[in-house]
Structure formats: C-alpha cells, structure tokens
Write a protein that binds this ligand. Structure first.
Ligand code: HEC
Ligand code: HEC
Length: 433
C-alpha cells in the first residue's frame, strides 16, 4: 500500500514538473518569436529576415554547436552559459543583451525554448564546466604568456601584437564563405566572451566551437593557461565601454525647453553616451551616440550627437540619418528591437540629412509604414566633424520608464537601409522636479 502511494505521489510530482517545463517552453517560444526570430529565424536555423545583413551570421541554433561555453570543446553549454549569453548579449555583434528588458524567469524560459531547437540537447554530450581558479597575476606570468603565445602559434591568426592581423587571419571564412574577422585585443569591446583574465582563460581552454579558434586545454597546464590569459589581458588598452543596452537616460524637467540644436538650455540636461554597434561588416565608427532629453508637460525634446567627418545629404542614395524608436503604447511589453511586433508596435522618428523628417509606425520587421504626425518636429546641424539633431515630440504621456532605441547612418561609410549603426533598448526616466 505504502509503495503504491509513493508511486502515485511521485508521478504526480513528475507530471507537475513536466507541465511546468512545458509552460516554460511555450512562454519561451513567444519571447523568442518577439526578440530573436528576426535574426535566428522562426525555427532557429539562423535565417531570419535580418540575418542577410547581420555580421557575423546569426548562429544556426538547430546544430547544437556553441561558442560561448564554460564546458570543454565538443560538448554542450550549460543552462547558465546560455543564460549568460542571452542576458549579456554578444559584444561586437548586434545581438544586444536582454537583461533588464526581460525578467530573470523570462530569460530562463528562453533558455528552455532554445534547448528544444536542437536534438543535441537530448542526445549530445553534456559538458562539466572547466575549473577557473585564478592564479595571482605577476610580471613573470605575463612574460611566460608572451613566450607561449608565439610557441603555440597564436600569432599566426592574432598577429604579433594581437591586432588580429596574423598571416592566417586573412583567409578565415565561415560556412557561408564570409570572412571571419579576428579582432584586435587592444579594445575590450572586441571580446565576445568577455575581457577579464578569467574570461580569457575560459576562452583559451574551451575554444570557440564552430569558429577557427581552437581549444588549447590539451596542450596547456593550468599555470600556462593563466600565463596566456594575463598576457592577452595586458594587450587590452581601451577598457572604456559605453553603455551597451538597458541603461537609464535621465530626462530633465525644464520650464523652458531647448528647441534648437545649439541652445544653451541643453546644458541643464544630463548627458549619456550609448554604444553604437554596426549591424553589418564595417568598422565601428562612430563609437557612441550622445543623448540628452528634457520634458515640459507633455512635450519631450531629445538631442542626439555623433561624430561624422563628412556630411552626406543625398535625397536619393546614401545619406547621414538618425532615428528614435519608441513603443506606440508604453504600457505594453518592450517591443522587438527590430521594428516592434504585432503585440507591441513602435513609432519611429527618422531624420535624414537629405530628406528631413519622416515618421513611421511598424509592428514587425518590414512593416514600416509612413504616417503623418504633426506632433513631431526635427532639426539637424552639421558642425564640421559631428551631427547635432534635435527632435521634439508633443502630446507624449511619458510614464516613468519609456523604452527607446536609436540608429545612425553614415552615408560615406556605406550605411543604407538595414546596414546601419544601432543601440539596444535603453530607458528614458523622468527626474522628479
Ligand atoms: C541582431 C541579430 C540577433 C538577434 C536579434 C539575436 N541574436 Fe543571438 N546571435 C546573433 C549573432 C550574430 C550570433 C553569433 C555571434 C558569433 O558567432 O560571433 C548569435 C548567437 C547566439 C547564440 C549562440 C551563442 C554561442 O554560444 O555560440 C545564442 C544562444 C543566441 N544567439 C540566442 C539569442 C536569443 C535567445 C535571442 C533573443 C533574445 C537572440 N539571440 C537575438 C544575432 C542575433
Ligand atoms: C587558427 C587561427 C587561430 C589561432 C591559432 C588562435 N586563435 Fe584565438 N581566435 C581566432 C578567431 C577566428 C577568433 C574569433 C572567433 C569569433 O569571433 O567567432 C579568436 C578569438 C580569440 C579570443 C577572443 C575571444 C572573444 O571573447 O571574442 C581570444 C582571447 C583568443 N582568440 C586567444 C587566442 C590564444 C591565446 C591563442 C593561442 C594559444 C589563439 N587564440 C589561437 C583564431 C585563432
């Protein structure tokens, strides 16, 4: 009797757990369709509508091959690894993080769903995270690391000085025959898997599966691994990282609003620098967008500034431009970063040096349609080496927390259409007067 009871109780628990897992997966599926499918494709094959433009190619998630793992080469990532990459995003790519935009439990749901896209998670080899026990840094370790760097041929791809210009680097290609860039170690933002010594150690020991970056775990002792990690870390010069996604932009409450690009009143609005990331294969320039915002009643003004050496103001071809993307309804879920979605549509205010202001609404990639909106105005000015553009939006009910994202086009660097620079979602936050 007793046994029978236990079995029933147990299968009840199991059923409940399975049911819980299924609801997680279906919650994850909805979030995936909203935030990820535009690049990774409806079925995870890496073939979403934006994938044609995006460099590097969005991962085919059905294959079960992952770069950013804590586990040995050839094994699957842990749930924590997937969670980290989805939460933090992948630096130097337009996959922005989603922490602070989705809740922790929503990100868990995405992880559960991602794992259903590939049969590898049923049959493939689970990996145990490798040990990461930092040795204290020392000049001796760094010089041992330098020696190993050349002995192991890191320089053949990464170059003598870690600039990404080794002789083998030029011919590296992905499966679509597109070039694989080896980025310079001099800039912290080039480290997709993180730029701390522990991150670098992990990358060297695990390798980035699916890329030419191999695992060196079989060849190195722990001490040699740390020596290399500290050496590579010593090459990082630029450690400044402008805000990448999810930051707060304080909106100043002012009695009189600055309406022109060069108005002294702008001095009373706080300045924030947001990282700009190209969607496609071109140099990251400019690095950041400078944003200020002020509000009076229901009128919001936004000033945007970015470096641009050449003014391109064509009415037909490639011209300099900028857009502000806002949700149509601030009370809905944060929209897809790529033109919203049916549940959370967006409004886009686009100022173009050639064509001036256009306002669009959209509820998904490729659904942008022009609307007439007399509440929006914009003016831009080119000051020899930079653009200053001001938007004003009337009749806005700015709740305390309004999602916003930006895009910039530099005509002479080849930006056009989806080839652009963009930010992740950030938030306008009103200051109390
Ligand atoms: C703008 C396009 C884009 C969007 C949107 C996007 N990704 Fe990605 N994703 C990429 C790119 C590009 C890579 C590959 C980077 C690389 O290989 O260096 C990638 C890689 C990944 C990987 C594999 C990481 C690894 O270890 O190899 C996972 C998992 C992933 N994305 C999940 C997601 C999830 C979940 C979402 C939605 C919340 C999402 N991505 C949204 C572009 C995107
Ligand atoms: C066959 C060429 C090749 C060799 C040899 C090689 N790498 Fe790499 N490495 C790459 C490529 C390609 C990438 C970028 C992969 C990507 O972005 O998907 C990379 C990326 C990296 C990264 C940056 C990871 C990140 O977070 O973006 C580090 C650190 C690194 N390699 C260290 C080393 C060290 C140390 C050695 C020698 C022990 C080495 N590599 C040998 C090709 C190579």
């Amino acid at each position: 009797m007793r046994r029978w009871h236990t079995t029933v109780a147990l299968s009840g628990v199991l059923a409940l757990a399975l049911w819980g897992q299924e609801t997680k997966v279906s919650e994850g599926r909805i979030l995936y369709q909203r935030h990820c499918a535009v690049c990774h494709g409806a079925n995870g094959r890496g073939d979403g509508p934006m994938s044609k433009f995006v460099y590097p190619s969005p991962t085919n998630l059905t294959k079960g091959v992952f770069k950013f793992r804590s586990t040995p080469t050839g094994t699957l990532p842990t749930d924590e690894d997937l969670k980290r990459v989805i939460s933090e995003g992948i630096r130097s790519t337009p996959m922005f993080g989603i922490k602070g935009i989705l809740t922790d439990s929503e990100i868990d749901a995405l992880v559960a769903y991602i794992k259903t896209l590939s049969p590898a998670f049923q049959s493939g080899e689970k990996g145990e995270p490798i040990k990461v026990n930092p040795l204290p840094p020392s000049p001796e370790l760094v010089s041992e690391g330098r020696k190993l760097y050349f002995e192991l041929g890191c320089d053949s791809c990464h170059g003598k000085n870690g600039q990404g210009d080794g002789p083998a680097a030029k011919s590296l290609q992905d499966e679509k025959g597109r070039p694989i860039r080896v980025l310079s170690f001099s800039d912290a933002r080039n480290f997709k898997a993180g730029s701390s010594p522990a991150d670098i150690y992990r990358t060297i020991m695990t390798g980035l599966d699916g890329s030419p970056m191999p695992s060196f775990a079989e060849m190195l002792s722990e001490k040699e691994g740390w020596a290399l990690a500290y050496f590579v870390h010593s090459l990082v010069q630029n450690r400044a990282e402008p805000k990448w996604f999810g930051s707060q932009i304080s909106v100043a409450q002012l009695n009189k609003l600055p309406l022109k690009p060069e108005d002294d009143l702008w001095n009373s609005a706080p300045v924030v620098n947001l990282a700009l990331q190209p969607t496609w294969d071109r140099v990251r320039s400019p690095d950041f967008l400078q944003v200020q915002a002020a509000i009076n009643g229901q009128t919001l003004v936004i000033r945007l500034q970015w470096l641009d050496e050449k003014r391109d103001a064509s009415t037909k071809g490639q011209s300099d431009a900028v857009f502000v993307q806002l949700p149509l309804d601030a009370n809905k879920a944060v929209p897809s970063l790529f033109y919203g979605d049916p549940q959370s549509p967006v409004k886009i205010l686009r100022w173009d040096a050639g064509k001036g202001l256009t306002v669009y609404s959209a509820k998904g990639f490729g659904t942008q349609s022009q609307i007439s909106d007399t509440n929006v105005q914009a003016a831009g000015q080119w000051l020899k080496n930079r653009w200053v553009v001001v938007f004003s939006v009337k009749g806005l009910n700015l709740s305390s927390h309004l999602p916003v994202s930006f895009s910039v086009w530099n005509g002479s660097l080849g930006d056009i259409g989806e080839k652009r620079l963009m930010t992740g979602w950030h938030f306008f936050v009103t200051q109390n007067p």
